[in-house]
Unconditional design. Sequence first.
Length: 213
Amino acid sequence: RPRDWSSDVCSSDLAGDFCSALHGDEQNFLHNGKGERLYSTLNYQEGNATRTRYYYLMNPAAPAWRSYIAQRAQDNASSLPYSGLFLDNVDLTLRRGTDMERNSDGKVAEYSSARDYSSAVVGYLQEMRRLLPTTTIWANLTESNYEPAEILPLIPYLDGVMNEYFVTQEEGRTVGPNRWATQMTQADSVTAAGKSYLAVAQGTKSDVNRMRF
C-alpha cells in the first residue's frame, strides 16, 4: 500500500475496532524507511472470489495501541471462560520489520536500535500486566536470537513463554551446537526466574528418529 492510506481499508470486513481506534493514527504502526506501514498479506477464498487481508506491524510504544490491546485483553479475560491469555506473537528483535514483510527495506523508522525496540516491548507488556495483575499471561517469543539477555526484561510481566522452534527448525532442519547451547541457556534462565518454558520441537508425525532425539 502507498503512503496515502485510502478509505477502502475501512470499508472491508475488518471494519470496527481497527477503523475507529487504530487506523487514523500513524503512530500505532511501524513503518519502513520510505514511511510506508510495514505489512504482510494473506489470500483467502470467499465464495468464488479470492480476497486479500492485510496484516500490519503495530508499534509497541504507541500509547493508543498499548491502551487498546491491554483493554481488549482485559475484556477477554473477564468475559471468556479461561484463566489466562496467550500472546501470539511477541517479537524480540526488529527482524520481522527489517526483513520479512512485503515492503521491508532493511529499516524500521521508529527504532534506531534493538535496545530501543526491546524497551518498547517491555512497556507494552507492563501496561497489559497493570490491567491484568492476576491473570496468567503467556507469550510466544518470536524472531529471537535466543540470548537470555533478550528475554529477562520481559519475564517479570509474563508467567510463561513458548519457543516454537526449540532445537529444531522449519522443514526438518536442526540447529547447530551454538544455537542449541544458547537455547538451553535461555530455557534455564526462564525457569530459574520461576516461570514456565514451553519448548516445541518441529517435525512430522512419522519421523520417529527425530522424536527420539
